[in-house]
Design a protein around this ligand. Structure first.
Ligand code: HDD
Length: 682
C-alpha cells in the first residue's frame, strides 16, 4: 500500500475497488467460514492420521498448490509501477487518439520493465535487452506500447521468434546458462541469421547494462501509423527519453552487482518511487509522411533498422511520470497483459512482418498464461466502459444481465450498438495492399550491415573498447571454434578492426570479407552525448567513530540539497559518534553494504579505525576506482587509501581546508559519473 502518496488517478481508483485489506479482520476460509485454529490439521486422535474431511486444510493447501501461473516465455523477470502521461501540446494534427489530443488529460499508465532472457528468478544485472512496456489507460480504451530499450530487433519476421528465443534461452540439455547470451546456441543463431547484425552491435554495447530502469531509453521499435481526424495517416516511431539521461554499468560492475544484489533494478525503481524521486521519461515521435515511405536506403517496415534521429528528428510531445508503486506484485505486475496489438483510434499498424507476428502471439500467450478472461482482471481493465456480446469462459467475473448476447438483435434494441468512426468508433486505416501471396523476404530487407556499421561509427572510443571487450567475453565463452569463427566473419562485414581485434582475443582467424563502406554516423546513438545530472545518484559514506562531525554534516547537507542520496556505512550498524557530539545513524555495515552498489564513495574515516575497517574500506575504494566512479576522501580517509596509489587520479578528490569547496567538487564529479581517463592513468 502507498499510504504515503496520494498519486491517485482513474485507474488507481478502479484498482482500489478490488483491494482487500486483511488487517484486524477475523481469519476465514474462502467460503467465509471463520477459522478457530489455523495451525493444526484435523486428526483422528492427537497422534493419528489427518482426516480427508478437513476442508480447511484442503482449501489452504490446494490453493497454495496453484499459486503460480506460467512465467512469461520471454521477459519473465520484470518490475512495474503506476504513473501518468501528460502531453506538452495537442498532437491533433497527427492523431485523433484522445490521449494525444487533449493536453489537459492525465492519462493513467502502468509500466513493466523487464529482462528478456532470464527466468523469473534471474539476476537483474545480466547483459540483456530490457523490455519497456507501457499500458496507457486512455478514454478510448487501452493502448499498449510494448517496446525495448534498443530501437532495433534481431529478426525481421515474427515466424522466426521461437527460433531466436530457443537459441538464447539456457541450452536444453543442461539448462545452462541462465539469462545470458554468452553461449554457443545464441551465437550460432546470430551467425546463421545475419539480419541480426545491427542488433548484435547494440547488445554488445553498454546499452544492455543499464544503470537502472530510470536511465534507459525506450523504443516502440516498429513503424506504426498515426491517423488524424481527417483520415490522414503518417508513419511514426515511438521513443521514450529518460529525463536523467542514458547511463550504464561497466561489465565488471554489472557482474558483481548481480551477486551483491540480484534485485538491484527493482530495488532502485521501488526505492526511488517511495522516496518521491519519480522517474520521468519524455515521449518522442519520429514522423514520416506517407509519400516518404521509400525515401531511404532501408525499408521502414524492417524492424532491424532505425531512422537516424539526425535525419528524422524526434519531436518531444509529452512526459510520463512514474509516481506509485504497486500494492501487490502478482496481482498487478505479474498479471498485466501487455500486447502491441492493443491500439486505439488514431493509431494503426503497418505491414512490418515482425509486428504482424506479434499481433497474434501476445493474445495467445495471455490466454495461455493468465486465462480466457484475462482482460477482466483489475490491472487489465480499461478505465472506459466495456460492453459487448462476449460471454462466459473460465473464471468469468462480470455478471452480464439480460438474455440478449448477439448482434444484430431487436429484443435489446440492437444494443450494445456500433459506433461510427465519426463518433469515436475504431476504423482500420484503409491502406492499399497488393501483390501475390508469397513466403519470401522482401529484397529491400537484405542489407544487414550498413546500420550495424552506422552504430559502430557512432560510438565514442570508450564505447568501442567496451564493445570489443563484450565480444571478447561472449565469444570467449562459446565452446565451438566454428561458431566463434562464423561470428568473427560476420563482424568482418561491419568493421575489420573490430573483427580482427576480437579474433585475436578469442583465438580465431581474421575475417576475409570486406567491411561495410558506410561512413555515416549518428551522434544520438552514443551514450557519451547524453545528459548528466547528480540527482538520485547514491553516495556511500564510510565513517568511523571520531569523524569530523560539523564538516561531515555540512558536506552531506550540500549533497542532499542537489538530490544525491546518502548511504551511511560503518564497521557496525547502530549509531556512530563524531566530534562535537555529532551522531549519525548507520544504514549499512561494511558487511551488509557492498563495494559495488554506490555511484560514488566518500571516505570520511575517523579517529578509531581497526584493521578490518581499513582493509574493507580499501576494498570499497578499489572497486569504485576500477569502475571509474568518483571517490572523495577526508584527510583520515585519504590516509586509509594512500597505499592504493590512486590519490591524485582523475575523480579522486581529497578534502582541503574548505568543506564547501570539496562538497562542490565532489558534486561535479558525481555529475560526470565516470572517469574513463583512469584507463590511461593506471
Ligand atoms: Fe515480445 C513479451 C517486447 C518481438 C512474443 N515482448 C514481451 C515483453 C516486451 C516485449 C517488453 C514483455 C511485456 C510485459 O512486460 O509483460 N517483443 C518485444 C519487442 C519486440 C518483440 C520490442 C520486437 C520489436 N515478441 C516479439 C515477437 C514475438 C513476441 C516477434 C512473437 C512473434 N513477447 C512475445 C510473447 C510475450 C512477449 C511470447 C511473452 C509474455 C508476453 O508476451 O506477454 O508473446
Amino acid at each position: 500500500m502507498n499510504e504515503n502518496t496520494d498519486n491517485s488517478n482513474k485507474k488507481i481508483d478502479q484498482l482500489k475497488a478490488a483491494e482487500r485489506d486483511d488487517y484486524d479482520q477475523p481469519l476465514s476460509s474462502n467460503e467465509g467460514v471463520k477459522i478457530s485454529n489455523d495451525e493444526d490439521s484435523l486428526k483422528a486422535g492427537d497422534r493419528g492420521p489427518t482426516l480427508l474431511e478437513d476442508f480447511l486444510m484442503r482449501e489452504k493447501l490446494s490453493h497454495f498448490d496453484r499459486e503460480r501461473i506460467p512465467e512469461r516465455v520471454v521477459h519473465a523477470r520484470g518490475f512495474g509501477a503506476h504513473g501518468i502521461f501528460k502531453l506538452y501540446a495537442s498532437q491533433q494534427e497527427l492523431s485523433m487518439a484522445s490521449f494525444l489530443v487533449d493536453p489537459s488529460l492525465e492519462t493513467p499508465v502502468f509500466v513493466r520493465f523487464s529482462e528478456v532472457a532470464g527466468s523469473k528468478g534471474a539476476n537483474e544485472t545480466n547483459r540483456d535487452v530490457r523490455g519497456f512496456a507501457v499500458k496507457f489507460y486512455t478514454e478510448d480504451g487501452n493502448f499498449d506500447l510494448v517496446g525495448n530499450n534498443i530501437p532495433v530487433f534481431f529478426i525481421q519476421d515474427g515466424i522466426k521468434f521461437p527460433d531466436l528465443i530457443h537459441a538464447v534461452k539456457p541450452e536444453p540439455n543442461n539448462e545452462i546458462p541462465q539469462g545470458q547470451t554468452a553461449h554457443d546456441t545464441f551465437w550460432d543463431f546470430i551467425a546463421n541469421n545475419q539480419e541480426s547484425a545491427a542488433m548484435m552491435m547494440w547488445i554488445m554495447s553498454d546499452r544492455t547494462l543499464p544503470r537502472s530502469f530510470r536511465f534507459m531509453e525506450g523504443f516502440g521499435v516498429h513503424t506504426f501509423r498515426v491517423v488524424n481526424a481527417q483520415g490522414i495517416s503518417r508513419f511514426v516511431k515511438f521513443h521514450w527519453k529518460p529525463v536523467l539521461g542514458i547511463h550504464s554499468f561497466v561489465w565488471d560492475e554489472a557482474q558483481k552487482i548481480g551477486g551483491a544484489d540480484p534485485d538491484f533494478h527493482r530495488r532502485d525503481l521501488w526505492e526511488n518511487i517511495e522516496a518521491g524521486n519519480f522517474p520521468e521519461y519524455e515521449l518522442g515521435l519520429q514522423v514520416l509522411e506517407e509519400k516518404d515511405e521509400f525515401a531511404f536506403d532501408f525499408d521502414i517496415l524492417d524492424a532491424t533498422k532505425l531512422w537516424p534521429e539526425e535525419i528524422v528528428p524526434v519531436q518531444i510531445i509529452g512526459k510520463m511520470t512514474l509516481n506509485r508503486n504497486v500494492a501487490n506484485v502478482f496481482a498487478e505486475t505479474e498479471q498485466i497483459a501487455l500486447h502491441p496489438g492493443n491500439i486505439v483510434r488514431g493509431i494503426d499498424f503497418t505491414n512490418d512482418p515482425l509486428l504482424q507476428g506479434r499481433l497474434f502471439s501476445y493474445t495467445d500467450t495471455q490466454v495461455a498464461r493468465v486465462g480466457t478472461n484475462y482482460q477482466e482482471l483489475p490491472i487489465n481493465r480499461p478505465v472506459c466502459p466495456v460492453h459487448n456480446n462476449q460471454r462466459d469462459g473460465k473464471s468469468r467475473y462480470t455478471i452480464n444481465t439480460g438474455r440478449v448476447a448477439y448482434h444484430n438483435n431487436s429484443l435489446a434494441d440492437n444494443t450494445p450498438y456500433t459506433v461510427p468512426g465519426t463518433k469515436g468508433g475504431f476504423v482500420t486505416y484503409p491502406s492499399t495492399v497488393e501483390g501475390q501471396k508469397l513466403r519470401v523476404t522482401a529484397p529491400s530487407f537484405l542489407d544487414h550491415f550498413s546500420q550495424a556499421r552506422l552504430f559502430w561509427n557512432s560510438m565514442s572510443p570508450v564505447e568501442k573498447s567496451h564493445i570489443i571487450q563484450a565480444f571478447s567475453f561472449e565469444l570467449g565463452k562459446v565452446k565451438s571454434m566454428s561458431v566463434r569463427q562464423q561470428v568473427i566473419d560476420m563482424m568482418g562485414n561491419i568493421s575489420t578492426l573490430l573483427a580482427t581485434t576480437v579474433a585475436d582475443q578469442v583465438g580465431a582467424q581474421a575475417p576475409q570479407v570486406k567491411e561495410s563502406q558506410n561512413t555515416q554516423s549518428s551522434p544520438a546513438l552514443s551514450m557519451a552525448n547524453t545528459v548528466f545530472y547528480p540527482n538520485t545518484l547514491k553516495v556511500g559514506v564510510i565513517i568511523a567513530p571520531g569523524f569530523n562531525g560539523p564538516s561531515t554534516i555540512s558536506i552531506l547537507n550540500e549533497w542532499i540539497r542537489v538530490g544525491l542520496r546518502i548511504v551511511i556505512i560503518s564497521q557496525k550498524q547502530g549509531v556512530v559518534e563524531g566530534t562535537d557530539g555529532v551522531k549519525i545513524k548507520v544504514d549499512d555495515s561494511l558487511l551488509t553494504g557492498s563495494p559495488v552498489v554506490y555511484d560514488g564513495l566518500y571516505i570520511v574515516g575517523g579517529t578509531y579505525e581497526d584493521p578490518y575497517f581499513v582493509t574493507k574500506t580499501q576494498q570499497y575504494a578499489a572497486e569504485q576506482y576500477n569502475h571509474f566512479k568518483p571517490i572523495g576522501a577526508s584527510t583520515y580517509g585519504a590516509a586509509i587509501i594512500q597505499n592504493l596509489g590512486i590519490l591524485g587520479a582523475p575523480g579522486v578528490i581529497v578534502e582541503g581546508e574548505n568543506p564547501s569547496d570539496f562538497a562542490s567538487q565532489f558534486i561535479q564529479a558525481m555529475t560526470k559519473q565516470r572517469f574513463w581517463e583512469r584507463a590511461q592513468y593506471s
